[in-house]
Design a protein around this ligand. Sequence first.
Ligand code: ATP
Length: 224
Amino acid sequence: MKYFAVIGIGRFGYSVAKTLTEMGCQVLAIDTSEEKLRQLEGLVTQVVQADATDEKALRAAGIKDVDAVIVAIGQNMEASVLVSLILKDMGVPYIVSKATNRLHAKVLRKIGCDRVVLPEEEMGMRVARSLVSPNILDELDLSEHVRIYEIKVPKVLVGKSLGELDFRKKFGLNVVAVRSDDGKLNTSPTAETPLEDGDTIFVIGDETSIERFDKQVQRMEKGK
Ligand code: ATP
């Protein structure tokens, strides 16, 4: 994917458009507000002032040529849903839409958006999780509930092998890679792979699995 359209240049849309540009992608930015577009002028490939609920205006802007569209209209839920529906009907290959609440997200999924993001809620959860479980360094959504978690190996697990810890059976977690302190990545870990001090593991699982793992680590740390 190389050519993107971002509709709605609020804080979220601006950040997406700017980052895509910095990553070498072509970006078409659309907003009803001239003022919002001005911040991106000269930075992105093209800016178009238009009401995105107007299909003709979207076609005129060249939306048919993009690989993906990010609908970053938040507060105006009606416009966000309408625009997503129009884009879906137009056959845009990949649509990411921003939702402001769970119901909004549900509607966007029903329409057929390929990805729905709830930035405030997701970031809030991440911050809370990183405070309670400081070993979780990062996470990547694979679906609504399943994620890849990057976990700093807790001291209590150092010296044990993956088989001994029995991640899959005990916690429902699949360890897909182990990175050592010097950056060496083992992408085919086996039951014999030992966990060493400074290692980082990458596991696939859902929230319940990771909570179970976290509780077990805390119990071990307390010596129970
Ligand atoms: P953020 O939190 O990212 O700053 P937000 O969730 O508050 O944004 P809004 O400010 O409601 O979202 O919308 C983001 C942008 O979308 C605004 O710049 C607004 O002008 C634009 N926008 C709203 N409706 C339309 C529309 N129909 N067509 C094009 N742009 C629109």
